[in-house]
Design a protein around this ligand. Structure first.
Ligand code: F6R
Length: 607
């Protein structure tokens, strides 16, 4: 959600900070700000709205300054406004800091600080940290930040600068990412690798309760006691181009088109001499054989990937699966035993609800396996084993390629479990793997002609509400189709298992009400057709996603989007692609910014 950048070196800081903030904008964007060191102190500019607003406000600001910090904010404490935007300052305005996360004990700290005479200028939890640093400051910023950090309860990534220490930035973190890099022109810090790789591809991911002190010459690292430590460098081999649109009008479309690659990369190296391998699982064959229940925890789109996996694991491995919304899981005393395999699915790897669910599962003795897109993310670190989904950086707020990577990874996991349970032979595994790999080419075919999708979108764009229906796998994927549509087009959409329509939702149908039906070939195809007929009789406009070569469906639908024939188990992979494109086409037709839907942030690091 929020994004941090900082720079100290030899180049004009404002330009570098603005560029870094633009790279981080996808994380959250209700306000943004910078603080740069100038001759007589700190110069601070904050604006509500997008980083572009801030960039305009910073034109001509402090061209000689070579040290500063910046932030994009997605409000958690205090409404989005200039006074609540970061950087936040001390009373004297000589200490400024930016913060990601939530300070849980901020109310009591604020009271104590106010009693000591500190004056507060915002409603944020962040501001208390600036005053704590001010309170502790003598002549060493690092010591003051350490002192302040020791009083904080909650999560934080912090970058602090101070007028008395020219060219210096101090950072620390707890449960919120901080990445550092030193390059030819100075030292960089950010909450995301993407904003520091202009400096160097060898970066350091700061550990919890570690500190770093940056100046133009380099970065020094310290532990919680202030003792110097040696950093561990990580080499980043992906290219900065991943953060650019690559010729597409928006990131969402670019990322949808990357999906064939995601399938290929996620499968690469998994089948070795005919044997399916997930070494990162961190579980022996004996341990896998003991698994008697799988519990998938996730939020939003990742939860929908879990719904797909439930169908696969139960039908292939015959292990009961529950799929749990992570924010509910921790509060309902869930049943987890040492033979429960808990699978945490999270694109960002930093969703607070999912992380909390992981720790709850661990307390209860479950073995936790993570599926995430972000290397070194908290989900990866907190899990016993992890599969990385190889989607690469996903910039558009609405998940597309990372969903596909999750579904493919969960499919592999399902196959491994089925093999371990003796329910899938080696020959069956190889056949399925080949068919799974073929979906990359099938997606390419879907992407090569989107005319039917666009026509269907045109027919639905003025609706106020839509239903997505399907059965079995079709029902799981309908939930994702509906979420995609509502989050980027603001058109109200709900998903139902098709058979549920007659138990209530059908009352809402009237002339022209769009019903998007997943009607691919499956054992329940005939049942879905009857549900489509029930809806059509009540005036619904039917958009069907069906299997190429299906002549029957044309009689029952106003628009048909054909997808290549795959076995039902893989239909979530092929069907999700036209549903993503359908949602995007409607959003574009309604004039929406598909990459930055209102009220949403890419990663949700607060409960
Ligand atoms: C929707 C979307 C969200 C996320 C959810 C979980 O397109 O992206 O629903 O899926 O916030 O995020 P992660 O997967 O990062 O845990």
């Amino acid at each position: 959600m929020c994004g941090i950048v900082g720079y100290t070196g030899t180049e004009p800081a404002v330009d570098i900070l603005i560029e870094g903030l633009q790279r981080l904008e996808y994380r959250g964007y209700d306000s943004a700000g910078v603080a740069v060191q100038v001759e007589d102190g700190l110069s601070i500019v904050r604006r509500t709205g997008k980083v572009g607003e801030l960039a305009r406000a910073c034109e001509g600001l402090a061209p000689a300054s070579t040290c500063g910090i910046g932030h994009t904010r997605w409000a958690t404490h205090g409404t989005p406004s200039e006074r609540n935007a970061h950087p936040q300052c001390s009373c004297l305005g000589d200490i400024a800091l930016v913060h990601n996360g939530i300070i849980e004990n901020f109310a009591e700290l604020r009271e104590q600080l106010a009693a000591r005479g500190h004056q507060f200028a915002s409603d944020t939890d962040t501001e208390v940290v600036a005053h704590l640093v001010e309170d502790a400051y003598e002549d060493d910023l690092l010591a003051a930040v350490r002192h302040a950090a020791h009083q904080l309860v909650g999560s934080y990534g912090l970058a602090v600068t101070c007028a008395q220490e020219p060219g210096r930035i101090v950072v620390t973190r707890q449960d919120s990412p901080i990445v550092l890099a030193h390059g030819k022109d100075g030292s960089y810090v950010a909450s995301d690798i993407i904003a520091v790789i202009r400096a160097s591809r060898d970066v350091v991911v700061l550990g919890d309760r570690q500190f770093a002190s940056l100046d133009a010459q380099g970065i020094r690292y310290f532990d919680d006691n202030g003792e110097p430590i040696e950093p561990e460098f990580m080499h980043v081999d992906w290219d900065i181009d991943v953060a650019e649109k690559g010729g597409y009008p928006d990131f969402m479309l670019k990322e949808i088109h990357e999906q064939p690659r995601v399938v290929r990369d996620t499968l690469a190296g998994r089948m070795v001499r005919g044997v399916l391998k997930i070494d990162e699982l961190g579980m022996s064959l004996e341990e896998l054989q003991l698994v008697d229940r799988v519990c998938i925890i996730a939020c939003g789109t990742s939860y929908h990937a879990g719904l797909v996996a439930k169908q696969l694991i139960e039908s292939w491995a015959r292990i009961p699966v529950t799929v749990e919304v992570a924010s509910e899981f921790r509060y309902r005393n869930p049943i987890i035993t040492p033979t429960t395999l808990v699978v945490a699915v999270s694109q960002s790897g930093e969703t607070a609800d999912t992380l909390a669910a992981i720790s709850e599962a661990r307390i209860k003795g479950g073995k936790v396996f993570g599926i995430t897109n972000v290397i070194g993310s908290p989900v990866a670190r907190e899990s016993d084993g992890v599969i990385y989904t190889k989607a690469n950086k996903e910039i558009a707020v609405a998940s597309t390629k990372s969903f596909l990577g999750q579904v493919v990874s969960l499919t592999l996991l399902s196959m491994v479990l089925a093999q371990a349970k003796g329910k899938m032979t080696v020959a069956q595994t190889r056949l399925l793997f080949r068919e799974l790999a073929d979906t990359a080419e099938q997606i390419e075919r879907i992407l090569s002609d989107t005319t039917a999708i666009e026509e269907a979108a045109q027919a639905c764009k003025d609706a106020t509400s839509a239903f997505f229906i399907g059965r079995g796998m079709g029902s799981a994927i309908s939930y994702e189709g509906a979420l995609k549509l509502k989050e980027i087009s603001y058109l109200h959409a709900e998903a139902y298992p098709a058979g549920e329509m007659k138990h209530g939702p059908i009352a809402l149908l009237s002339e022209g009400f769009p019903v998007i039906a997943v009607a691919t070939q499956s054992p329940v195809y005939g049942k879905v057709i009857s549900n489509i007929r029930e809806s059509r009789t009540r005036g619904a406009l039917i958009v069907a996603v069906a299997t190429e070569g299906d002549e029957e469906i044309i009689k029952h639908a106003d628009h048909v989007i054909f997808v290549p024939k795959v076995r039902d188990a893989f239909s979530a992979i092929t069907v999700s692609v036209p549903l993503q494109l359908f949602a995007r086409a409607i959003a574009i037709a309604r004039g929406c910014d598909v990459d930055h839907p209102r009220n949403l942030a890419k990663s949700v690091t607060v409960e």
